[in-house]
Design a protein around this ligand. Structure first.
Ligand SMILES: Cc1cc2nc3c(=O)[nH]c(=O)nc-3n(C[C@H](O)[C@H](O)[C@H](O)COP(=O)(O)OP(=O)(O)OC[C@H]3O[C@@H](n4cnc5c(N)ncnc54)[C@H](O)[C@@H]3O)c2cc1C
Length: 416
């Protein structure tokens, strides 16, 4: 140990992976989390290790297609009127970030970090004895309409993904999909170099166990605010207790903006909420080795976890704590029924907050206002995918050593 200390605020995948890496870098590390694991986006996501998602969603293409993707038009993108105060300023920044020069810079930044994502996960699970909890078996994207299938296959197969690759699904693969589903796929793409987490809670548990076994301290509690004195940050708990450390990392997912506001000014982070339904299936109904399947015409993805089959969808630009919309779960139920998945069996429901910045690039860096304050949040749809590499980048920042990827594009300063 260096005799130095680190405090990580937030115990989702990003905070947990960073805590582990800070510890390995020689810091006596404490992680504090609010406690209820189901609050974290890390709890109920699709578990897809999405190394194919190399282009930011803030793009001219997204803007041109938005009218077709609106919830009111049957698509996934919802802008609840009650939350206009959150999504209107966010949307204006998203439009600015979609302009060609920023989009191209964002693409370079996203592609670099996404390419490093799976190798970093393989290193991390290897070290914590959890190689069985990550599987790099690729995934499918399926379309049900001829026109969308033709366009989707053409588009998917023309991208240089870096780590991942895509090809049109074979006849045999299409037959297998048709056999499992109650729909006849019009076409599909098979990705390689992508993967999934086998059991999200078990992987979080393994990260916690290895952290604790190596002397890490995990606290349950809420950091109410950050205070700055002479360029050094302290974390203040609700009861007024101050936690100090040589490095304090804000990794609070969609809540990170609230903590950083007093230090950095307003952070343009939105809660981009997604919904899931879970059902219990037997191996005969849905084999464990089936990779995730995304449905291009439904904007939904299904993932087989250890004990459940999960369907997730929707991008609701909203606020943490705004009421959920039961119609969205009903729509997921309707998709699952149409696909012939677990019709009639009990399903559980969840909503969670993707932490999204307007340019769809995560924020990883060091505060200009407090030398000991680091941040890692804003991982949008990719927080599970990018958690392990983010942990490595945070450790490089804390130890002031060169990082595998230049960190400038992820600095929060880009929002001025
Ligand atoms: C429906 C859905 C599907 C998704 N699918 C995928 C996918 O397939 N692949 C993928 O890579 N990503 C996916 N994502 C995105 C991914 O879940 C998130 O990007 C990721 O979980 C963010 O991790 P995080 O650790 O930054 O935040 P979180 O997981 O939200 O964790 C933040 C933690 O910090 C705690 N916290 C916050 N503030 C404080 C405070 N002040 N004091 C103490 N604790 C605090 C919170 O309670 C929480 O436990 C999906 C998200 C959703 C909603």
């Amino acid at each position: 140990m260096s005799g130095k200390t680190a405090l990580v605020i937030g115990g989702g995948f990003v905070g947990a992976a960073a805590a582990r890496r800070l510890q390995q870098a020689g810091f006596a590390t404490t992680l504090i989390d609010a406690g209820d694991p189901s609050r974290a986006a890390s709890f109920g996501n699709a578990g897809h290790l999405a190394s194919e998602q190399v282009t930011p969603l803030a793009s001219i293409a997204t803007l041109l297609l938005l009218h077709k993707r609106l919830y009111s038009a049957g698509g996934p993108a919802a802008f609840p009127p009650r939350d206009i105060g959150a999504w209107l300023p966010f949307g204006l920044r998203l439009i600015a970030a979609s302009m060609p020069s920023r989009y191209e810079a964002g693409s370079r930044a996203l592609k670099a970090i996404v390419a490093a994502a799976l190798p970093a996960w393989h290193r991390l699970v290897g070290e914590i004895g959890a190689t069985d909890l990550i599987r790099e078996q690729g995934h499918f994207v399926v379309w049900e309409k001829q026109a969308t299938a033709a366009a989707g296959i053409r588009a998917a197969c023309s991208v240089d993904y870096g780590y991942a690759a895509a090809r049109e699904a074979t006849g045999e693969e299409l037959s297998m999909l048709a056999h499992r589903l109650a729909i006849k796929p019009a076409g599909a793409v098979r990705y390689t170099g992508t993967g999934q987490v086998i059991d999200l809670q078990a992987l979080r548990g393994k990260l916690d166990d290895s952290f604790r076994q190596a002397g890490g301290i995990k606290l349950t509690g809420m950091v109410a605010r950050l205070a700055i004195d002479n360029g050094r940050a302290r974390a203040i708990l609700a009861d007024g207790t101050a936690l100090i450390a040589d490095h304090i990392l804000v990794a609070g997912g969609a809540w990170s903006g609230d903590l950083l506001r007093d230090v950095e000014g307003p952070v343009p982070l939105i809660a981009e909420r997604g919904y899931h339904i879970d059902t219990t299936l037997t191996d005969a109904e849905w084999p464990r080795e089936m990779p995730p399947i995304a449905f291009g015409d439904r904007s939904a993805i299904i993932t087989r976890f250890a004990n459940t089959l999960r369907m997730t969808s929707f991008i609701e630009f909203s606020r943490v704590g705004s009421p959920s919309d039961p119609h969205k779960w009903a729509k997921l139920d309707a998709h699952a029924d149409a696909l012939g998945l677990s019709k009639g069996s009990a399903r559980t429901r969840w909503i969670g907050n993707r932490p999204t910045l307007p340019d769809y690039i995560p924020a990883i860096g060091r505060s200009r206002k407090a030398g000991n304050l680091l941040y890692a949040f804003g991982h949008q749809h990719l927080g599970v995918t990018l958690a392990a590499i983010t942990g490595e980048l945070v450790a490089a920042l804390a130890t002031d050593t060169p990082s595998a990827i230049p960190l400038a594009p992820y600095d929060l300063q880009r929002f001025g």
